[in-house]
Structure formats: C-alpha cells, structure tokens
Write a protein that binds this ligand. Structure first.
Ligand code: G6P
Length: 612
C-alpha cells in the first residue's frame, strides 16, 4: 500500500516522479505529493488522484534534479492535503516519503514533542522524519547514519526515502517488510516501490532486502548497509518487465485489457511446463523440493482476497487428484490462532503481488515452526518469492487493475499443473485420466478466447441487472470458489453487495433474501451435480429470483428455467474454474462501467496490501 518513487541524477525529476506516481497509483490513490530540491525545497501535496496534484503543480516551480514522490492509501490520519506525503521535519531540513506503519509512533511522538518537535499531521510518518532529525542533530551524524540509528528505535514496517535539504546530492532509503527497488542508470538513480516507474529508464535494479539502508549519490556511488552497520554487497539484477504491459493498449480500463489477455497469460503460465503431445507436466520451481513435497502429510495454503479463492480451488484439485489433505487459510487469521504446523507440512503462499503483509507474516510463522514454504507468486523478485524455500512464478505480467483477473487464472493454472505433476508421481490418478487432463488444460486458452467472444451478450445481461442492490452467486464443488470470486469481483468494483455461497447451503440462509429484485448467478457446469444444481435453480425461481445461469454449451434443461443463460465451452470438471470465472469477470466489469465506477481504482481498495 502506498507507492513511493524518487529520482537523483541529471534529468529533471518532476516528470519522472509524476509518471512514476501514476504507475504506482494502483497501490493507493487517496492523496499524493512530491518534494523537489533545487536550492529551495518545494513540497506539493494534494488530496485525490495524482491528476489533481499534477493540475495543482502546473503553475508552480517544477525544477530540480532530485526529488521524492508518494501516492497514499491512508492508515494514520484521514486523506487530506496535510496528511499526504512527503512529510518534512520540524526544522524543515529533512523530507521523507513512507510506505508502511510505524507501530510505536505514539510513544515516539510523545518523546519528540517533549524535545520540542512540532507536528502538523496525524501521521506516523511525520514522527519518523522528526526522529531521524533528532538523531541527526543530537549526535551530529551523517544522514545515512542518522537514518540507520533512528530505524533501530522503530517498530513496524517501512519503505522510506529521505531527502536532506543540506545534502542535495544524496538520497537515503531503507526497507523493512515493504518493498523498495533501486534502479541504476548512467550516474542516476531511481527508487520505487516496484519496477513500474523505473522500467523505461533502466533495467538494472537492486531489490533492497529487509533492514537494509541504501545511500545513492549524484556521482554514481551507491552503498548498502544493514541496520546493524554491516556493509552489504549490492546484487544487481535485470528487471523482468516490459513497458507495453503497463499501458492500456487501446482498452478503456486495465481490468478489461487484463481480462482479454487471459488466453495469452494462461498459455504463458504453461509455457515450457506442460506438453500435451508427450503427456508431461514439469515445474522447475518444484524439482529441488519435489521429494519433500511428495512426502508431505498436508498442504496448508495461506493467502488473501482473490488469491485465497485460488487457494480453495487448489484444495479441491489436490484432494481430488493427489489425495493429500489440504487446509486453506486466510493468512491474517492463520497467524493469530496458534495453528498446528509441523515439519511434515508444506505451507503454500499464493500472492499476486508477493508483498501482502499478512501472507508474508503467515509464512514467517510457518518457517519458524519448521514447515517447508512454497510460493505461487506473480511479481518477480517480490518479498514472498524471496522468502519462500521454493516456488513458481505464474508469469502473467504486471496486473494493474485492482480487481485481480489474469493473476487469478494464472494461479489456478499453476495449481492445476502442480496437482497434475504430483498426481502423476504419486499415481493417484490413472495415466489415461492424466493425459486427458493435460490435453484439456492445453486447450484452455482457446476455450477462454471463446468465452471472451461472447462479451456483447454478457454486456447485455449486465445492463439488465446493473441496478440491483444485492446479488447472490451460487456454485457447487469446483464452482463454489468460482462463486465466491464472482461475488468478490462484483462488490469490489461496482459496490453492489454480493455474496458467494455453496448452492445447496443457500437453503440455510440466503434464500430468505430472494425476491424479484435479486439476481442469482448460478455456475451450473458441473456434470457431477447437475440434477442437484438444477433443483437449486428451481428453488430460486420459485421465489421469483432472477437467474443468470452459466452452463455448458448445448445444455437443454437449465436454459429453459433461467432468465439468462451464458453458454461456455465444456471441459473436464477440475478445469471448469478456468473457464467459468471469465464470464463473471466480464459481468462485473460491465456492471461497474454502467454504474459509472472507476473500475481500475475502486474506492478504499489497494492492489498491494502491505499493512497487516
Ligand atoms: C488486495 C487486492 C486483491 C488481492 C489481495 C491479495 O485485496 O485488491 O486483488 O487478491 O489483495 O493480494 P496478493 O497480492 O497477495 O494476491
């Protein structure tokens, strides 16, 4: 949450910072700000989107070859101009941007107030910048040393960049549990929460590790120290990112672009890992730990949001195909209930961003208890990818829309390959069934493309139900997590209250809500429970609910009862979620657009949740 960007070099910093903030806006967008140093320090801050800041700065001085910027997702203090970052120390010497939470800020604030520091905002960040200044002044320390010593007094999570008015040729940055990437150009440096503001200038990057402090200088020097004052050797990597992936490419919203990319991203996820003709699945990330993973007594999947829904599908896949018990946990709950974890468990974290604070904390706990950890992550080089013992990337490219779409299908594809690989090794399914599933998985991208081709029909149905206040999503078996995900997509971006339920469980509560105003989306593709789900639809219709049924092509019965039918290509049951989730993504998208919502940046949400 919150995005930070900074520049030091020969170019004008302002355009780089503003462009960078727009790229980072998916991380938070309630206010933003920029500080530029050019003899004089200019700090501009505005409530609202980066565009509001840009309009405001239009008439102000924008010069300076050193600067820092921030786009905020409020934690401490309401979103307004004062609480927006950057924050400046009482004397006006230091200015800082921060992503994270300083947990002991209240105590620090009290002590600093006694020492004469004054505060304008309600933020924890303003406390931190004053703490660094206090340490700097009291002990006559250099900026980098003051940052290091101050951080030893801090409890919490942070990625920070600090600008010193008296040192216009230097920036100091640090991280603990919040991401920070350093981009290295020709005598210039970029610092950002991720690679998106950096990619068009340089592909040479360093991913800062926890408790590391980096100092970059105008003469091209860079040094990294640990919080314990040990010099670290910088590890320069190539940034795996293409600029085209960060542009809308003719689509109105990133979400729509990302929905339409899925035939390609699912294929990318499988590339080199599955061969239908030769009948094999092989995931490089598993090889090293394969024996241990095969010997595991239990898989525990930890994740949040949409990734938690993928995890549920993983549970169905592993139990169905590999016959291994699986538990799927909300990462945030898992760590606070003293879970039973042993060294015979494999803890699998699923995360698009690889930065979700709760998921990372759950993994830390699992490691402490001796479990082997495995990551299914999209963002290369992210914290979860680095923390886990092994893992696989889903390779779907940057996902910018806050509502996850292509990362979801990438995660499910990866989980399916993992289940198939283990099923083959453990001989828990027949070779014939294995080959059938592999062949069918290979065809999923074409089938997803077939669903995308009926976009207009889904848009029409969206128009019919767009004014609903509530919606119910029902599914059974593999389609139950699909129902949960469909409901989450709708509420996230259109603000219609929606619930996902196991179809049969509807009778134990939600049925009381059904009337002629209630759209009920039923994912009814399961061959194994076809009759049962048909009965559930009858139960909804008997109460005058509006049924939108997702059925297999050529289906005869349900289409007669449902108000609207969306036909999708038939597939093997364990692969249904990969196809059935597509019309639900489109349905939510169109409803949200028709309701005038900002689909890519829904209110109060953020793409990367780096606070617990
Ligand atoms: C936020 C995002 C969701 C995402 C969830 C988990 O809530 O808005 O789209 O599913 O975080 O994020 P992760 O990056 O761990 O998958």
């Amino acid at each position: 949450m919150c995005g930070i960007v900074a520049y030091l070099g020969k170019k004008q910093a302002y355009p780089i910072l503003v462009k960078g903030l727009k790229r980072l806006e998916y991380r938070g967008y309630d206010s933003s700000g920029i500080a530029l140093l050019n003899g004089k320090l200019n700090v501009y801050k505005k409530k609202g989107k980066v565009k509001e800041l840009e309009d405001f700065v239009e008439t102000q001085s924008k010069s300076g070859t050193i600067g820092i910027g921030h786009t905020r997702w409020a934690t401490h203090g309401k979103p307004d101009d004062t609480n927006a970052h950057p924050h400046t120390s009482s004397s006006g010497r230091l200015t800082l941007v921060h992503n994270g939470i300083i947990e002991n800020y209240a105590l620090l604030k009290e002590a600093l107030t006694k020492l004469g520091h004054t505060f304008k905002s309600e933020t924890d960040t303003e406390v931190l910048v004053n703490l660094i200044e206090e340490v700097q002044n009291a002990d006559g320390l250099s900026l980098e040393e003051a940052v290091r010593v101050a951080l030893t007094k801090v409890v919490g999570a942070y990625a920070i960049v600090v600008l010193d008015k008296n040192e216009p040729d230097k920036l100091v940055a640090a991280r603990q549990s919040s991401p920070l990437v350093v981009g290295i150009g020709e005598d210039e440096f970029y610092l950002a929460s991720d690679g998106t503001p950096i990619v068009e200038y340089t592909k040479k990057v360093i991913y800062l590790k926890d408790e590391e402090i980096v100092t970059v200088k105008r003469n091209g020097d860079i040094s990294i120290k640990s919080i314990n004052n040990e010099l670290q050797t910088p590890f320069i990597q190539e940034l795996e990112m293409e600029i085209e992936a960060l542009e809308k490419g003719g689509y109105d919203f990133f979400m729509l672009k990302e929905i339409h990319e899925q035939p390609k991203t699912i294929a990318e996820c499988m590339r080199g890992r599955l061969n239908a003709e030769e009948g094999w699945v092989s995931l490089g990330g598993v090889q090293e730990l394969k024996e241990k993973m095969l010997a595991a007594q239990r898989f525990i999947i930890v994740s949040c949001g949409t990734s938690w829904h993928s995890g549920l599908i993983g549970e169905y896949l592993f139990e169905d195909l590999v016959r291994i018990p699986v538990e799927v946990e909300y990462a945030s709950e898992f760590r606070y209930r003293n879970p039973v974890i042993t060294d015979k468990d494999i803890v699998i974290a699923i995360s698009q961003s690889g930065e979700t604070a709760d998921t990372l904390a759950a993994l830390k706990l699992a490691k402490e208890k001796g479990a082997l950890t495995f990551g299914i992550v999209n963002v290369v080089g992210s914290s979860i990818a680095r923390f886990t013992d092994a893992g696989c990337y889903i390779h779907v490219g940057p996902e910018i829309g806050v509502a996850s779409t292509k990362a979801f299908t990438g995660q499910v594809t990866l989980l399916t390959m993992l289940a198939l690989m283990f099923a083959k090794e453990k001989k828990t399914i027949s070779d014939t069934y294995f080959n059938q599933l592999v062949t069918e998985l290979d065809r999923i991208p074409e089938k997803v493309a077939e669903v995308l081709a009926i976009n207009k029909q889904i848009e029409y149905i969206a128009g019919e139900i767009k004014d609903a206040q509530n919606a119910l999503y029902l599914g059974r078996g593999y389609n139950f997590p699909v129902a949960l995900e469909g409901a989450l997509k709708l509420k996230e971006i259109s603000y219609i209250h929606a619930e996902g339920y196991p179809a049969a469980e509807m009778k134990h509560g939600p049925i009381a809500l059904i009337d002629e105003n209630m759209p009920v989306v039923v994912i009814a593709t399961n061959s194994s429970a076809y009759e049962k789900i048909t009965s559930n639809i009858q139960e909804v219709k008997a109460r005058r609910g509006i049924v939108i049924a997702i059925v297999e092509k050529g289906e005869q019965e349900i289409s007669k009862i449902a108000d609207y039918t969306i036909e999708i290509p038939a597939t093997e049951e364990p692969l249904t979620p990969l196809i059935a989730s597509i019309p639900l993504q489109l349905l939510s998208y169109h409803i949200a657009v028709m309701r005038g919502c900002n689909v890519d940046q829904p209110r109060n949400l953020a793409k990367s949740v780096t606070v617990e």
